[in-house]
Write a protein that binds this ligand. Structure first.
Ligand code: ADP
Length: 480
């Protein structure tokens, strides 16, 4: 089976979020299921710098005002097709905006070009290659499925994966004329979205199947609270909607070999975590004692719900837990967390910034990780926590609800609990969960059982890849 994936990001070349981890890891896991993936990505400078360019396989003399071509290359075991269009992609800054973070005003042109090329390749533009399935990721690739639907590849099965419904690629109606779609596409069942053009909306409409990154999030986005304006469409397509939880890279995240840890360890020798905990104490300026350290590793945005942690900060510290927070984002939230640390010197420490190495040390040394998200399509930090024996304390939403087994009485007595869940959007419920965790921590054998149970959870990509493979096969069987 041949799959063409279309995505704006792929690890290790270009990454702003979990999407890149998925598109980078899934092809490797699918290969073990006998499925070959080629991935079409934009020729961003970060990509062109890292790959060896080859002769063009397909060329466009004028694509949105400049020459473009597609060439093949491979990196880290990934087969890539790169859309080389310097006038669209060869720019400083990030993939979607300039160095100040402001979106490029022609993003609709840039990602309709990516999608246009994706649909051409689906239709056989590259000699000798015809994918059996096309898999588009997020709004930047979503128009691929609309170009296929209104073009030559309508008979090719397609999958639209939504990594976060908050990002939709919404533009004014004025761009429609330049997209190269037939007039009939500017309709309610096409690309039209609240009077403008919606890229993700068009993909959701055209896809043979839709997936999102956890079963609970797949349910949630059918409701107005989580659907962000697309809940009606998502509900209409619910028969074709699937939730498949992300895996993690179990080689990069392995407490037995992780070079970022002071001491590596396994389920059998959890006491070696003490050296990592001591390093966390030093790094965060925490006084050394016997109490648990709960951590946060997060973007500091509204989605992540850390304002609710700030709201109950004094009670959390009074409950006996210490706090170590690593994150960056909203200035107000950064300020509130720093003020909390100043108030509770020695019991709470904050590092503002993005620090991959420190995030590993925290998972390997802290006792629990707190994730109070308002919504969370899948979430990765709770999966790292499970793998590292850093017990997740999570809001009951999206992928957090699907991956952590709450330490209620039944789960505790059966020995299957892996963490703590609480009602999302409630500071009181968060505080309660933290108090429950502090109480169980006092019973060290019970705590160690929870840690070990989490470390036994299968968080690898293999299970998820098998689900994608099954979905691809079911779509191919539907092909006429
Ligand atoms: P999202 O993609 O919404 O930010 P996820 O939990 O899916 O949330 O993924 C977040 C990823 O970013 C994880 O790998 C996490 O460890 C990492 N991360 C977030 N903030 C930081 C930070 N300040 N320093 C280091 N890593 C971070």
């Amino acid at each position: 089976m041949q799959v063409l994936a279309v995505t704006p990001e792929i690890f290790p070349l270009i990454k702003t979020g979990g999407l890149a981890d998925v598109t980078g890891a899934l092809p490797v896991a699918l290969a073990r299921q006998g499925i070959a993936t080629k991935t079409l990505i934009p020729g961003f400078p970060q990509v062109l710098k890292a790959v060896v360019k080859s002769a063009p396989l397909h060329q466009y003399p004028a694509m949105h005002g400049g020459k473009a071509s597609v060439f093949a290359t491979s990196v880290a075991g990934l087969d890539l097709l790169v859309l080389d269009a310097p006038h669209l992609f060869d720019r400083p800054g990030g993939p979607y905006g300039d160095s100040t973070g402001a979106d490029w005003p022609d993003n609709w042109r840039r990602f309709s070009a990516l999608s246009f090329a994706g649909a051409d390749i689906a239709a056989g533009a590259i000699a000798g290659y015809r994918p059996d399935v096309v898999h588009a990721h997020d709004w930047q690739a979503a128009l691929t499925l609309a170009y296929m639907r209104y073009g030559q590849a309508a008979g090719t099965p397609s999958v639209m994966t939504v990594h976060n419904l908050a990002f939709q690629g919404r533009f004014g109606a004025g761009i429609f004329g330049e997209l190269g779609l037939p007039a009939e596409a500017m309709s309610l069942d096409g690309v039209e979205y609240y009077g403008g053009v919606g890229f993700l909306k068009a993909g959701l409409q055209a896809a043979w199947a839709i997936t999102t990154v956890s079963p609970t999030y797949a349910q949630e986005i059918r409701t107005p609270d989580f659907g962000m304006g697309l809940d009606g469409l998502v509900s209409m397509r619910s028969a074709d909607l699937h939730g498949i939880v992300n895996g993690i890279d179990v080689e990069t995240w392995d407490p037995q070999t992780d070079a970022h840890l002071k001491a590596t360890y396994s389920q059998k020798i959890l006491k070696k975590r003490a050296a990592n905990k001591k390093a966390v104490e030093e790094r965060f300026g925490l006084a050394h004692d016997d109490s648990p350290i709960f951590c946060v590793v997060s973007r500091l945005t509204w989605q992540k719900g850390l304002d609710m942690l700030v709201g109950v900060l004094d009670e959390v510290l009074a409950s006996g837990a210490r706090l170590a927070v690593l994150g960056s984002g909203d200035a107000a939230l950064e300020g509130a967390l720093l003020a909390g640390a100043a108030r509770h010197r020695g019991r709470m420490g904050v590092v503002i910034g993005y620090d991959e190495a420190l995030s590993h040390l925290m998972q390997g040394g802290c006792d629990a990780i707190v994730i109070p998200s308002r919504f969370e399509p899948c979430g990765l930090t709770q999966l790292y926590g499970l793998r590292y024996g850093c017990v997740p304390i999570v809001a009951r939403t999206g992928g957090l609800a699907d991956t952590v087994i709450d330490a209620n009485e039944a789960a505790l007595s059966a020995g299957v609990a892996t963490g703590f869940q609480f009602d999302a959007e409630s500071g009181d419920a968060l505080l309660n969960a933290i108090k429950r965790a502090v109480a169980i921590y006092a019973d060290r054998p019970a705590w160690a059982t929870m840690q070990r149970q989490g470390m036994k959870s299968d968080v690898s990509w293999d299970r998820s890849a098998a689900k994608y493979a099954e979905l691809y096969r079911s779509l191919i069987a539907r092909r006429t």
